[in-house]
Design a binder for this molecule. Structure first.
Ligand SMILES: [Cu+2]
Length: 150
């Protein structure tokens, strides 16, 4: 008798939990917009990539991978104590932004299939945990280009 009551209340609790989860999962979507993308003209067979991803949505997202025809090996790096470290993903906070910039977080292109020159563009596809992929054309800028220095 006691056992049956417990099972019943447990299933009620489960149903309530499911309803709650269902409610919060359609509470919004990430709304991503990419700006300020560029690649400094590479001097070796590797290159960096920089951009800003704004999230106007109420839901956080993550940049989980990056692909490009320029390289089969594109990774995400953070810079800590002036050392580069590979990370699995970058957080894109809700109503916030992910900023990739010189001296900090960046995209890393290894074993370039060709060396793009200033004025050319490099196509990159950004993949996210939640949002649909976004394709961005990175204009190739001078090797020492840095939009933060004015
Ligand atoms: Cu790096």
């Amino acid at each position: 008798m006691t056992r049956r009551t417990t099972a019943l209340s447990a299933s009620v609790a489960l149903a309530a939990a499911l309803a709650l989860a269902g409610c919060s999962s359609d509470g919004g979507k990430p709304e991503l917009k990419v700006s300020g993308a560029y690649m400094p003209q590479p001097v070796t067979d590797m290159a960096g990539g920089f951009l800003t991803i704004e999230n106007a949505g109420d839901t956080a997202d993550k940049l989980t991978s990056v692909t490009s025809p320029l390289s089969d090996d594109v990774t995400m790096h953070e810079t800590k104590n002036q050392k580069m470290q590979m990370v699995k993903a970058f957080d894109i906070p809700a109503n916030g932004e992910l900023k990739l910039a010189r001296g900090g977080n960046h995209l890393m292109f290894m074993e370039l299939k060709k060396k793009p020159k200033q004025g050319e563009k490099v196509s990159v596809e950004l993949h996210f945990e939640k949002a649909d992929p976004i394709t961005v054309e990175l204009p190739v800028e001078a090797t020492n280009h840095n939009p933060q220095q004015h």
